[in-house]
Write a protein that binds this ligand. Structure first.
Ligand SMILES: Cc1cc2nc3c(=O)[nH]c(=O)nc-3n(C[C@H](O)[C@H](O)[C@H](O)COP(=O)(O)OP(=O)(O)OC[C@H]3O[C@@H](n4cnc5c(N)ncnc54)[C@H](O)[C@@H]3O)c2cc1C
Length: 450
């Protein structure tokens, strides 16, 4: 087996994969089409470009993304080193000077003698061990090749993301379980009813809410099957009442009557701790979603762990086409990292890059492939990519809902700390068992308080 690893794509995931594999002693060829060619969202000639915001989100270890950052640091993350070195003031978030950040990352690549760089667009799937990290705007014939090998309906081109709420935050006085025409009070769907008056308020807020403008590379044509909720609403009140908010067959067991409208929530993970708002994919701004969706009485105080969105995004139907080590089932010599694998966000993309780099090196060295513990944030992302419970897979940011629930009753305000304690100690034990030496300082575990 060739000892050289090909990494295609020098974004956050590709840079991390290349550096992680090189740290394991593997020679890497890192190929990116920039600066000869740019995707519609990339403008900088540098690798590791942050295409939009300059924020890597919360730095608190008691948040899911903060925990993920701590785990990445322990694994020697190049993105975390670059981010710390180029941070700009942003309160509790970690934001960076994007030019300096990309420069730092490129410096790390240049200083690694085992990595050689090449500028080329890759249009074919490699025959030898490789990491595909070409991102949400994968260019050229590579996307078609991926569609062919995974069967075309498993390579998706749009996120049509409905908001997700945590079950525990739904007001159960204003919601009831039940499938359409099923036994009232039993079933897979959690129904959130609206009276005629509540509907009126919700509808007028929805049709006047602010939307995110489309980028010029985003098609203004949506698939009829997943129209944004506000586009349906603009066609007239009845479109929603006969569509995703149809109340027939969903009598409220509390009143025995059919509500005027119903929003159905469906399980998003195997535990059922997260629920998505069925049919609520949207281009509304996050601020508008916060305003409009809280007009659904059961969700007035809900915790929205993810807001809805629709944007151009090439990603794999991971649960169907990737194995538990992010390799294409149809071509197990090919690892898929970053946004293309079905995670969402800079930090998540980079994190999956490290894991793929480590495992690609292990494959080349004929060593066992590693899977982080499910209680860690990195493990939570792997769980998401293997979540066959969702029929319509969508990329996800890291959130604690992707991790197994905590044991026993833990007060809401203490849950982040409890997740961090459990996740970090399991992660450190896993690193030790996998002979991975912690690269950064071991962060202090948040104290146990009652
Ligand atoms: C418009 C847009 C805005 C976003 N904004 C944010 C945000 O604000 N915050 C956030 O957390 N996430 C954001 N994301 C989501 C996502 O986290 C980022 O896209 C992230 O950069 C993904 O990292 P990546 O390494 O997987 O891909 P990328 O960073 O996109 O890197 C892919 C690399 O592959 C190269 N490439 C592509 N095709 C080929 C090919 N065929 N041959 C050779 N090279 C190729 C590209 O030139 C690029 O350098 C955004 C996504 C998009 C599309």
């Amino acid at each position: 087996m060739s000892q050289e690893l090909l990494v295609i794509g020098g974004g956050l995931a590709g840079c991390e994969a290349a550096l992680a594999a090189a740290r394991s002693g593997v020679s890497v060829r890192l190929v990116d089409m920039k600066p000869a060619e740019f995707s519609p969202a990339h403008h900088s000639p540098r690798l590791g470009e942050l295409v939009c915001s300059n924020s890597l989100r919360s730095d608190a270890i008691t948040s899911a993304v903060g925990l993920l950052k701590a785990e990445m640091t322990l694994l020697g993350s190049a993105v975390m080193q670059a981010a710390r070195a180029t941070a700009v003031g942003a309160g509790k978030a970690l934001a960076v000077d994007r030019e300096a950040f990309a420069g730092h990352l490129e410096g790390q690549i240049a200083a690694q003698p085992l990595i050689s760089r090449e500028t080329a667009r890759v249009d074919e799937l490699p025959r030898d061990v490789a990491v595909l990290a070409t991102g949400p705007l994968t260019a050229g014939a590579l996307a078609e090749e991926l569609a062919k090998i995974t069967s075309s309906n498993h390579l998706l081109f749009y996120d049509a993301i409905a908001p997700i709420v945590s079950l525990e935050s739904v007001d159960m006085q204003r919601a009831y379980w039940g499938d359409r025409y099923g036994e009232p009070g039993q079933g897979d769907y959690l129904n959130c009813p609206l009276s005629r008056e509540e509907w009126g308020e919700f509808y007028s807020a929805l049709i006047s809410a602010e939307q995110v403008p489309l980028k010029d590379f985003e098609s203004p044509k949506f698939f009829e099957g997943c129209l944004p909720i506000e586009v349906m609403a603009a066609r007239g009140e009845k479109t929603l009442l006969f569509g995703p908010m149809k109340p027939v067959g969903l009598e409220d067991p509390a009143t025995g009557k059919r509500p005027h409208a119903v929003v159905q929530l469906r399980k998003e993970n195997a535990e059922g701790s997260l629920l998505n708002l069925v049919g609520f994919q949207t281009k509304l701004t996050y601020k508008s979603q916060d305003l409009v969706f809280r007009k659904i009485p059961a969700l007035a105080r809900a915790e929205f762990v993810r807001w809805g969105s629709i944007h151009r995004n090439t990603f794999l139907d991971a649960p169907r086409v990737l194995d538990p080590h992010q390799r294409l089932k149809a071509a197990p010599h090919l690892f898929v990292a970053g946004q293309l694998s079905g995670v969402e966000g800079y930090v998540e993309s980079a994190a999956m890059g490290i894991l793929c780099g480590v495992n690609a090196a292990n494959l080349l060295h004929a060593r066992p492939l590693l899977t982080p513990p499910p209680t860690s944030a990195l493990g939570g992302l792997v769980t998401h990519l293997q979540n066959t419970a969702t029929k319509s897979f969508q990329p996800s940011n890291i959130n604690f809902g992707l991790l197994p629930p905590l044991e026993g009753r833990v007060f809401k305000r203490l849950r982040g700390a409890a997740q961090a304690r459990r996740g970090l100690s399991d992660f450190l034990a896993w690193m030790e068992a996998s002979s991975l030496a912690p690269a950064g300082e071991i962060p202090e575990l948040p104290e146990e308080t009652t």
